[in-house]
Write a protein that binds this ligand. Sequence first.
Ligand code: ATR
Length: 480
Amino acid sequence: MICLTLSSPTLALCLEEIRKNREYIQMAELRLDLLDEEEQKRARLFPAMTDVPVILTLRRKCDGGKCTLSERQRRSLLLDALDGDFAYVDIEEDIKRSEVEQKARERGVKIIRSFHDFTGMPDDIYSRIYKLAERGDVAKAAVTPHSIADLMTLFRIADELRDVPKIIIGMGEWGMPLRILYRKAGSMLTFASSGSEVAPGQLTAEKLSVLYRADKVDDKTAIYGIIGNPVLHTSSPEIHNPGFHAINYNAIYLPFLVDSVRHFFSLAEYLKMRGFSVTIPFKTSVLMYLGNITREVKQIGACNTVVRVPGMWKGINTDYYGFLRPILKDIESGRIRNALVIGAGGASQAIVWALRNRGVKVTILNRTLSHAQELATLNYCGYDKLENARAYEGTVDLVVQTTSVGLYPDFDQNPIDGFHFTGKEIVYDIIYKPKMTKLLREAEKAGCTLHFGEEMLLEQGKLQFEAFTGYHYPKELPLS
Ligand code: ATR
C-alpha cells in the first residue's frame, strides 16, 4: 500500500490532498500535529469524509513531528479523535499501557507501535521490532541508514522477522531504495507525500505509483538500478521504468546511493538483481567484481552497465556507442576526420576510445596535462593544455566537451572560452543539464552543427535497456 502523509493545516485541505492523489494511494495518514489547533478538535470527523482507510498520528517534536503539548494534553486530543472511525492509531514505543490503547481496542482501531531514529540505526533493531510487534498489531521502525550495509540490514528484516506485521522506513537519501522496494523488506506500506517532503527522503505518491509502480512489486519482479554517488538526481529511472511497463516486463529500476561497491554487490545478490547502470565514481571500481567483461570494457577501462549472467556479473559499456550513434553517419561519410576532445576524465576515456576505434584523429585538451598525456598514450592521440585551445581553431571537424564545466548551475562557464568556431565544426557537449551550455550557445552563433548530452544519455540508456531485457526500447515512448 502507498500511504499519503497529509501535511495540510485544515481537514478540507487534507481532503483535497487525498482527492488529487486518489488514484495513486490506498491509505492516508492524518497528522494531527500538522493541523491548526481548531482543526485538531474536529479530527474525529475526518475518516467519514473519505473513502480511504486513515491512520491517526499525533507526532511529538522528539520524533520528528510538531506536537509540543504535554503528554496529558496529547492523550486527551488522541482520545477525542478516536471517536472517529480510524483504521489505525500510531502509538510510540515508550508510551506505556494507556487509555488511548484501551479506547483503540474497544473501537476496533488497530495499533501501530512505532519508534523513530533520525540520526542512525539501533544495533538491536531486529529485537526491537519484534518486541514492538508483541505490544501492538503492527510494528513501525523509522530509522536513518548511512550506508549500503545499513540498507542491507533493513532489507534483511523481511527474512529475519518474516511473520511480524511491520512498517519499515529508511529515512534520508540512503533509505530511498527501501521506500520504493518496501514490499521486499516485508513492509506493509510506504509513506508518500503529495509534494512537500514531510519526512526526509519521502517521494511523492505519483512518483511511487506511476514511475516506480512500487505497489505492484512482487516476488517475481526483476530489480534493476543505477549506482553512483551522487545519484539521486539521475534521469535513468524515467528511461527504464516506462520501457519495462511498455513491454509488459515485471521489473523495476531505481537509484542506489553507494559508498562501498563491495557492499553493493552483496545487496545486489541478496535482492537477486538482474542488472544495473554504473555512474560516477564507480565506472572503474566495479571492474574487479565482474566475472566477464566485453572487449570494449577491457580496452576503455570503464564499465557503465552490469548484467547478471549465470553464476556471475558481466560488464559492458554502452557509453561509447551511445556517444557515437548521433555522429556515426558523419564519421562514416568522412565529414569527421579530426576531433578535439576537451577533458580527460572517466567520460572522456570511452569517447576517445570510440573515436579512435572508428579511425578519427584525436587531440585531447585538458587542464591537467599529465591526465591528457596518459589517455593520449593509451589511444595514440595528440594532447595539449586546455589553455592552448585557440591553437586548434579551424583545424578540426568535431569538438567534444566532456568536462563538468558548464554543468547546472554554472550556465555561464565554458572550458574553452574565446575559442573561435569557423561554423563548419560539429560541436558535441555531453552535459545534459542544461541542454544548451554556454559552449553550445557560442557554437550555434557561429553556425556550427550541434549535438546534445541528452542524445548520448538516451542512446546509451536504450542500449542498456536492450542489455537488460533483450528487447529494443519501445518506439512508441516519447523518449524514442
Ligand atoms: P567524468 O567521469 O565525468 O569525466 P572526472 O573523471 O572527474 O569526471 O573528470 C573530469 C574532467 O573535467 C577532467 O578532465 C577534469 O580536468 P583535470 O584532469 O584537470 O582534473 C575536467 N575539469 C573539471 N573541472 C574543471 C575546470 N574547472 N576546468 C577545466 N577542466 C575541469
